[in-house]
Design a protein around this ligand. Structure first.
Ligand code: FDA
Length: 322
């Protein structure tokens, strides 16, 4: 086996485990020196700590003719008051996104606004935010979390989408259950975002990065389009993107969606070729898990993180979208 590839696989698995370590997260958060250092690496993927930073990033991306998604980052919030506070922040975000105008999407994890406390709380908050989003001209979008939560996320989503059909949902191609989950959404709800999946999952639940995963991803895009949905192809996998482009599927129902700070060159190339491209930016203080995932997905990012930490000045990914 190629030794470098093996190290990269081990680094990916280790980073996914580190991502789930609440004790390490707490340690980083209460140690200002460590937090300060790691936040320099996070700056490559996070628009900033405040809503103002997120909105400013969104404004600059819109000026470059990208559609945007914004997320106030956080998940697994187990305190009901903290869930309410997070939902208040999202309501303020939706109001400000409304002022920015079209092509803006507000994304969130249901476990940030109630699912870790009680499904009813998550449902009530999702419905409230989605009503506000519709009235403001913003698209509300539910992210997908670990497979242990998939049933509950889909159940809350389906109930809310029955009342607010414009809500979008993210589905993970790596889960074996997803083709069935997509079929189960027939007649319900709005757009679908297809991702490969970011979490460490039990072997029986998911497949790893592979040709089989890309094949499944392609067939999910096809099935979602056949259901009449708009589809966000949310991947940075250039070969997969090329395969999708080569199918010649309807452009008005297909967009590419990339994470802020990742492959801005690819975002620019797709935009130049006439495809709608959306950039997904996050803001907030809870970037620990997000940073771990971005490093785990592409271990060479570890070298970049070391350079960012050692380099002094924070990275400025926005300059790469100009
Ligand atoms: P994949 O991991 O197969 O890698 C293919 C190539 O893409 C790599 O060789 C590299 O060139 C490039 N690449 C991928 N990741 C990179 C990185 N971090 N840095 C640099 N290059 C990289 N997941 C989830 O479980 N729930 C969710 O709700 C979401 N939401 C979401 C929204 C959007 C808009 C995107 C783009 C992604 C998500 N994800 C997600 C994350 C997703 O599941 C997945 O983990 C990442 O997109 C990485 O997988 P890819 O398909 O991009 O490429």
């Amino acid at each position: 086996m190629n030794q470098t590839v093996d190290w990269e696989r081990q680094a990916t698995e280790a980073l996914k485990r580190i991502a789930r370590r609440q004790d390490l997260k707490a340690h980083v958060e209460r140690t200002p020196a460590l937090n300060g250092l790691l936040s320099r690496a996070a700056a490559r993927y996070v628009a900033g700590a405040s809503r103002k930073d997120g909105i400013e990033a969104g404004r600059r991306l819109l000026a470059q003719e990208y559609a945007i998604s914004l997320e106030y980052i956080g998940e697994n919030t187990t305190d009901a008051e903290a869930c309410m506070a997070a939902a208040e922040e999202m309501a303020a975000l939706i109001a400000e996104l409304g002022e920015l105008g079209a092509a803006a999407r507000a994304s969130f994890d249901l476990s940030h606004i109630g699912l870790a406390v009680d499904d009813e709380l998550a449902f009530a908050q999702l419905l409230r935010l989605s009503r506000q989003a519709r009235e403001t001209g913003i698209e509300p979008f539910v992210s997908m979390e670990e497979s242990a939560k998939t049933d509950r996320i889909l159940a809350v989503y389906k109930r809310a989408a029955a009342e607010e059909p414009g809500i979008g949902i993210t589905l993970q191609a790596y889960l074996n259950r997803t083709p069935g989950d997509l079929a189960g959404l027939a007649g319900i709800g709005g757009p679908v975002r297809l991702v490969k999946g970011a979490y460490e999952e039990p072997r029986e639940a998911a497949i790893g990065r592979s040709a089989a995963l890309n094949e499944r991803y392609l067939s999910l895009v096809e099935s979602a389009l056949a259901q009449g949905r708009r589809v966000s192809v949310a991947t940075h996998d250039e070969a997969l993107i090329e395969a999708i482009v080569s199918r010649g599927w309807a452009r008005h129902r297909l967009e590419f969606e990339l994470l802020y700070g990742i492959r801005p060159d690819l975002a620019g190339k797709l935009k130049a070729s006439g495809y709608p491209v959306r950039v997904y930016a996050i803001y907030g203080e809870e970037w620990y898990l997000y940073l771990c995932h971005r490093l785990a997905e592409f271990p060479p990012n570890l070298y970049r993180a070391i350079a960012d930490i050692a380099g002094g000045a924070a990275a400025d990914p926005m300059s790469e979208y100009a």
